[in-house]
Design a protein around this ligand. Structure first.
Ligand code: ADP
Ligand code: MG
Ligand code: MG
Length: 210
């Protein structure tokens, strides 16, 4: 397997969105610990809209699909994370073309999504946000895509790096967003948005592997 067809990409994105939706309670608890507790509801709402546009509509190519999915989150989710995750998928759409997403395309999409998120939210690595999962995921995907043309390997590399990044957010003090005021009291808790991204990427990789 060297890449996902438009139909396989659609199925994998829907499966990943469903995982986030099914994780609503876990995400709520994560945000109750260091934020205002609305992350589960916001992400469930956003990824339901994301899933629904992919189920209902058909798209001519990969970038159109990613852009529409990102817009669906942006318009429905609310909160900081709605803008951030919407921006991620809209940014991911930019460098890719055509009707097949291969490993190099996935890596380019993640790198571009990261750039868009950073331009929008201004968070750096170490600020205890989803950037702490996304940046290593994009980096790992890039490295993996140079080593292998097996799509699932690239996707699994991204997921594993996101999970390591998620784990690393435990030790971080938040310098942005709702957890900022907590200072050192945020230490020991994972970042909710980093958890959402990790769950999404793991489920996406599993679905892509078939
Ligand atoms: P809110 O903070 O508005 O209540 P959510 O609870 O839905 O929104 O989402 C919080 C998550 O959004 C954080 O855990 C973090 O991962 C992400 N986030 C917040 N601000 C930024 C930012 N500037 N850049 C990247 N991610 C961010
Ligand atoms: Mg919140
Ligand atoms: Mg909020």
């Amino acid at each position: 397997m060297t890449g996902l067809s438009l139909q396989d990409l659609r199925i994998a994105l829907i499966a990943a969105a469903q995982t986030v939706i099914d994780s609503q309670d876990m995400l709520t608890k994560a945000d109750q610990a260091i934020g205002d507790g609305d992350h589960g509801l916001g992400m469930a709402r956003g990824f339901k809209a994301f899933r629904d546009v992919l189920e209902i509509n058909s798209y001519p190519d990969v970038p159109a699909m990613l852009k529409a999915a990102g817009q669906a989150i942006m318009m429905t989710s609310g909160g900081a994370s709605g803008v951030i995750f919407g921006t991620l998928f809209m940014g991911a759409a930019k460098p890719v073309t055509g009707t097949v997403l291969d490993g190099k395309g996935l890596a380019a999409a993640l790198v571009s999504g990261l750039e868009a998120v950073r331009a929008r939210g201004k968070a750096n690595v170490g600020d205890k946000t989803m950037v702490d999962a996304l940046a290593p995921a994009a980096g790992a995907a890039l490295v993996a895509s140079e080593r292998t043309s097996v799509f699932a390997e690239v996707a699994y590399s991204a997921a594993a790096a996101a999970e390591a990044g998620l784990e690393a957010t435990k030790a971080m003090v938040a310098t942005t967003g709702k957890a900022k005021g907590l200072g050192e009291r945020a230490i020991g808790f994972i970042d909710p948005g980093a958890l959402t991204l990790s769950l999404f990427l793991r489920s996406f990789a599993c679905a892509a592997a078939g």
